[in-house]
Each structure stands twice: as structure tokens, then as C-alpha cells.
Design a protein around this ligand. Structure first.
Ligand SMILES: [Zn+2]
Length: 224
């Protein structure tokens, strides 16, 4: 496995140079594990394209697509407060970029959802090792509020994304609403999986796709 050498980019706010990886990535590909919140794990889950960066020196945020993921649950929560405040100002700029800004808030909120879920899910390469950390009560409240706001945003921006809307209703325990959305999912396999979890009143994120060969190919690698 090789991840190449880091590149550097100057922060637009403070001018300090931050490291990021532009590749090349020589990674043995074994497939993807896909979760019900849209998170997808590859062999290098920490090195993927992300649209929002936080400067390690001045803690300011920059919208920049790079292959680096250093943003935590708290970073996204901080970014949300910062950008919601910025975008709510009644300026010509915020009027012109109204739609783009809504999409950016959607992006941040989806990442709050996924970073929270990272504490629940077991990484496909962890060999079943459970996370020991319990989740802070305050974070649970943030998670529920975020799910409610995400449903509102998705109904404006992506009303046909029934899967993720159903998933969010399930996360907050509104199983009837979740079922109504899940019934509209086009993909029969995803629909069946989600309806089963709704039936069981499970609110946690689930795996919806997993490569069958994952364990086998890993073992083969070790034996080489
Ligand atoms: Zn900076």
C-alpha cells in the first residue's frame, strides 16, 4: 500500500501551509462496504475527497475538494454554526448563492450524521472489534436535531431521495413515517433491508452492501 507524498496548500485565512494527499494511491482494492447513511468504506477510509477543510493552524474553514479527511464530528458541528450564521445574513451575496448555500448546509449536516454514526458502526477491517466509547448525551441531542433538519433540507433539495429520508425517520424513531418513505424506494434490495429494520424498530445505522470476498482476500494477502 502506498499513499504517495503529501502536497501543501496555503490556508486562505492565515497563509499557513497545510498538508494533503493528492495521490497516487496504489491500494489493493477489495470492494466497498456501504452503510444506510450513505457512508462507504474503502481500504483507506480516511483518505477520500471531502469538500470542507479545517485549517489546523487558525481553525478556519475552507470549501476545497481534496483527498484528506481530518474533520471530526465536532468540526462539522462548529462548521454548521459558522456557516448557518454566515448564510443567514441578508446580503446580496447570500441571496445570489442561496441554493448553493443550502446544498453546503446539507453537505455539512450529512457529515454530522455520518461522523456520529462512525461511533456506532464497526469498520469492515476491524475484525469485529467493538467500539468501547459510549456516546455523550449532548451529542445524541445534536444528532436528533440534525436528523430533523436534514429531513427538512432533503425534502426541498432531494425530495426523491426516499432512502435517506426513510433512514433519518428511522434514526429518530418515527417508524410510521419511515415506512411511508421506504415504500417509495425503487431499489428492492435496499427497500427490503430498511423495512426489516423498521419492523424491528432498530434506529441505528446498518450495512446495506458488503463485499463477500472481503475476509477471504484479506486472509489470502496475509498468507502470501
Ligand atoms: Zn489557517
Amino acid at each position: 500500500m502506498q499513499i504517495g507524498s503529501p502536497s501543501y496548500r496555503k490556508c486562505l485565512h492565515c497563509g499557513e501551509k497545510s498538508e494533503y494527499y493528492s495521490g497516487p494511491f496504489f491500494v489493493h482494492y477489495y470492494g466497498l462496504t456501504e452503510w444506510s447513511d450513505g457512508e462507504i468504506f474503502q481500504e483507506l477510509p480516511s483518505l477520500k475527497e471531502t469538500e470542507l477543510q479545517k485549517c489546523h493552524f487558525c481553525s478556519n474553514f475552507t470549501w476545497l475538494r481534496q483527498k484528506f479527511d481530518g474533520m471530526t464530528f465536532k468540526d462539522y458541528c462548529d462548521a454548521l454554526i459558522f456557516f448557518e450564521n454566515l448564510y443567514s445574513k441578508k446580503t446580496i451575496i447570500s441571496h445570489v448563492f442561496h441554493k448553493r448555500n443550502k446544498k453546503r448546509l446539507l453537505y455539512i449536516r450529512l457529515n454530522i450524521l455520518r461522523k456520529y454514526n462512525d461511533r456506532i458502526r464497526i469498520h469492515p477491517l476491524s475484525n469485529g472489534e467493538k467500539k468501547s466509547k459510549s456516546i455523550d448525551e449532548n451529542d445524541k441531542i445534536i444528532f436528533i436535531n440534525n436528523a430533523n433538519k436534514l429531513i427538512e433540507l432533503l425534502k426541498i433539495l432531494e425530495p426523491d431521495n426516499h432512502f435517506i429520508i426513510a433512514e433519518l425517520y428511522r434514526n429518530i424513531g418515527l417508524f410510521e413515517d419511515s415506512k411511508a418513505e421506504a415504500d417509495k424506494i425503487y431499489d428492492e434490495n435496499k427497500k427490503r433491508l430498511l423495512l426489516r429494520e423498521i419492523e424491528n424498530e432498530n434506529r441505528d445505522v446498518i450495512i446495506i452492501k458488503q463485499p463477500l470476498t472481503a475476509r477471504v482476500s484479506l486472509r489470502a494477502q496475509h498468507e502470501q
